[in-house]
Design a protein around this ligand. Structure first.
Ligand code: FE2
Length: 316
């Protein structure tokens, strides 16, 4: 009989089984220890820019369908994910065509990059155009239809969060949001409104934060998901800071803009999706002549609820 060499320390022990299980339930038990349980090394969330995905989505030769911003390989994640808890995608719907989805998510954010069309969900239909934002509950089929020109949407939801726990999407009526539509005209109106009030001159950035009737108390669009249209004045720099939430952002308007992530410059690209990794020290810089705009989705609700957001400004 082969003899197993005795591990030198408890850190070298493999998972232990019950020595004499009397039941199936006892047999399923496994034991680790303080030396070997907490040393799993996961790859960092990549400091990535997805610039090819929007090019493909905007290419007239691309068929109707979804294009994932997928960093699951870099993160060694078993399901499609842009960050551990968020998945961003582009949806292309060619002229006169339809695209249906039933997201396995609590809810999904959409931004209309180009084209006009409709989204039908149950008895409700909304008509959208470029610059509109809408949030839809997960678990319910919705059908996007492009009008007489192709439409491209940016889509971001918390599918990886549900996949991580092997949870199903909410059933009809139980989702934390209904269908909520923020038109481009109303977004502009709300941004103008907040710009009309005085603010700390040291704060060059200014964000419009989206919520809804169901999510008003949490000031989010979903319990775990924060959605903001961030603006940055021409020539301005948003101070270096960090937080424990990730940010997955869509560049809407950002000529000559870049971010610095832990000291590394990351240039913005038209309609790109960028990941700001959690805990990284980051700043945003606008060296162009017009106000920059970027739509940010964060898993901030998770950290607010855990009382662990960890937001702080960091000196240059
Ligand atoms: Fe930030």
């Amino acid at each position: 009989m082969a003899t197993m060499e005795r591990p030198k320390t408890m850190s070298d022990l493999p998972a232990q089984h019950a020595s004499s299980p009397a039941t199936k339930a006892e047999e399923r038990a496994r034991f680790f220890n303080s030396g070997n349980a907490f040393n799993i090394k996961l790859p960092d969330v990549p400091n990535a820019v997805f610039a090819d995905e929007p090019k493909r989505a905007l290419d007239p030769a691309t068929p109707t369908g979804f294009i994932n911003c997928d960093a699951s390989a870099q993160m060694q994640c078993a399901f499609a994910a842009t960050s551990p808890f968020l998945l961003a995608r582009y949806a292309r719907i060619n002229a006169g065509e339809q695209l249906s989805e039933t997201p396995k998510a609590s809810g999904v954010v959409h931004y209309v990059i180009e084209g006009t069309g409709t989204t039908q969900m149950g008895a409700e239909t909304i008509a959208w155009k470029p610059g509109d934002v809408f949030v839809a509950p997960g678990g319910i089929e919705m059908t996007h239809a492009a009008a007489d020109a192709a439409a491209v949407l940016w889509v971001c939801g918390n599918e990886p969060q549900l996949n991580f726990e092997n949870l199903e999407a909410p059933t009809e009526g139980n989702a934390p949001t209904n269908l909520v539509h923020y038109t481009q005209a109303e977004i502009d109106n709300q941004i103008d409104h907040i710009y009309s009030f005085p603010r700390d001159p040291k704060e060059p950035g200014l964000a419009l934060v989206f919520s809804s009737d169901k999510q008003q108390d949490g000031r989010n669009v979903l319990p775990t998901l924060t959605l903001a249209m961030n603006t940055l004045l021409a020539g301005a720099v948003q101070r270096p800071h960090r937080h424990n939430s990730v940010a997955v952002s869509l560049v809407i308007q950002g000529d000559k803009c870049f971010s610095k992530i832990d000291g590394v410059q990351k240039d913005w690209a038209p309609w790109a999706t960028t990941i700001t990794p959690p805990v990284s020290v980051h700043s945003h810089h606008n060296e162009g002549d017009e106000r920059a705009m970027f739509l940010i989705v964060q898993d901030g609700g998770l950290f607010y609820h855990a009382r662990a957001m960890g937001f702080e400004f960091v000196e240059d």
